[in-house]
Design a protein around this ligand. Structure first.
Ligand code: DQA
Length: 138
């Protein structure tokens, strides 16, 4: 089982921005924990982050994985390009968010990608990613 853990815009600032919302650990620290969890479960993990919408689309188009775990950041709420890229591939994509987007500002309640994703996990901090890994190995 190969999984691509894909993070979009501003996720590189995790640990530095709004720690009350996103926690104090950096994306590198979180990724190291996801990598360790994947290794224990015999899952091969690849990590990629970009602040550019087109990069996220290209990474989806060229993904060589059995599943994608995608935190698209704010792109979630308006990127029809990422939505179309998810719809264009056969690989299942699980949408994740560190925060509970439904408890936050109204613009975050809408995701334009949820209905082309296999499922959605949000609100569990870094464990949202871990739960998404679990969802692929159930
Ligand atoms: C986020 C939630 C989004 O609304 C926000 O724009 C992010 C991070 C999350 O992980 O909670 O950048 O995707």
């Amino acid at each position: 089982m190969r999984l691509l853990i894909l993070n979009g815009v501003n996720l590189n600032m995790t640990g530095k921005r709004e720690p009350g919302v996103y926690g104090g650990e950096t994306l590198e620290e979180i990724n190291a924990q996801i990598a360790a969890f994947c290794k224990e479960r015999g899952v091969e993990a690849e990590f990629y982050q970009s602040n550019y919408e087109g990069d996220i689309c290209t990474k989806l188009h060229t993904a060589e994985a059995d599943g994608v775990i995608l935190n698209a950041g704010a792109f979630t709420h308006y990127s029809y390009a990422i939505r179309d890229a998810i719809a264009a591939i056969r690989i299942p994509v699980v949408e994740v968010h560190i925060s509970n987007v439904h408890k936050r500002e109204e613009f975050r309640h809408k995701s334009v990608i949820s209905d082309v994703c296999k499922g959605v996990i949000c609100g569990f901090g870094k464990y949202s990613y871990i739960l998404a890994v679990e969802s692929f190995i159930l």
